[in-house]
Design a protein around this ligand. Structure first.
Ligand code: FE2
Ligand code: FE2
Length: 253
């Protein structure tokens, strides 16, 4: 039986947060332990942003130490709560101080491209022309490698107005779609930020947002405000086999 290459995705640990109730440190540790109990070891770990709620050094250190228990290389994505330079201090992130956190990594069976969708100091995201030009060139450099694109803000609408106001502007999503149309090797687009499992589509590719390890958003299209729920945390496993990607989302109860 061929063995799939396994990319575990954790999201939105928000270490240091108090606004969601519960203990974000316990949430991350619980999810890490659930990943450790899987019958298969992960080959790589992606954390799709909002690692730390206040961008404090001890918050990032807790994330780094917790993820080290997984025994696989860790790739971080910048979220709206993160500080680019703090991410660079605590994780192996290329690029100069202040620059968007974006890079490509050859994981073996899969190429990972990380894109920075944050607007520093703001909660909604953005994808400006410079970042999209970087992405276009990065994808053009390896057109035959099955690729996973990771960014914090999911580049789809959620149909929940308060969340969409915190998302990527429609023009930026369309501009990203134009780039993806030129690069069919991008097999999946993965994100966080919305604190629940949401699937959408962009340029014919599935976009998947995964749960938070901290607190989950309530399923609510009507109230006009963001609310959270007692839903369990979770994580995703992207299993790569023969150049195809199967994305499994696993709640942790
Ligand atoms: Fe978040
Ligand atoms: Fe976020």
């Amino acid at each position: 039986m061929p063995k799939p290459f396994l990319v575990v995705q954790l999201s939105d640990p928000h270490i240091g947060a108090t606004w969601g109730g519960g203990d974000p440190r316990a949430g991350l540790r619980t999810v890490v332990e659930a990943v450790r109990r899987l019958p298969d070891d992960p080959d790589a770990v992606v954390v799709s942003g909002d690692l730390a709620d206040n961008a404090a050094d001890d918050e990032y250190e807790f994330v780094r130490e917790s993820l080290a228990l997984l025994g696989a290389p860790v790739y971080v994505v910048a979220g709206n709560h993160d500080d680019r330079d703090a991410l660079r201090r605590h994780f192996d992130v290329p690029g100069p101080l202040g620059a968007p956190v974006q890079y490509a990594a050859d994981l073996g069976s899969l190429r990972l491209v990380v894109l920075d969708s944050t607007r520093p100091g703001e909660d909604p995201g953005e994808l400006d022309a410079a970042r999209l030009a970087w992405l276009d060139a990065e994808l053009a450099a390896a057109p035959d490698r099955p690729t996973l694109l990771a960014l914090h803000h999911p580049p789809v609408m959620t149909a929940s107005a308060p969340w969409d106001e915190l998302g990527l502007p429609a023009a930026d999503r369309h501009a990203l779609a134009k780039v993806l149309e030129r690069h069919p090797q991008v097999r999946r687009v993965v994100a966080g930020h919305v604190h629940r499992t949401i699937a959408g589509e962009l340029a014919g590719r599935t976009v998947l947002a995964v749960p938070s390890t901290y607190v989950q958003a309530r399923l609510d299209f009507d109230s006009g405000r963001i609310a959270f729920s007692a839903d369990p945390p979770g994580f995703a496993v992207h299993a790569v086999l023969d150049g195809q990607v199967a994305s499994h989302v696993q709640p942790v109860t």
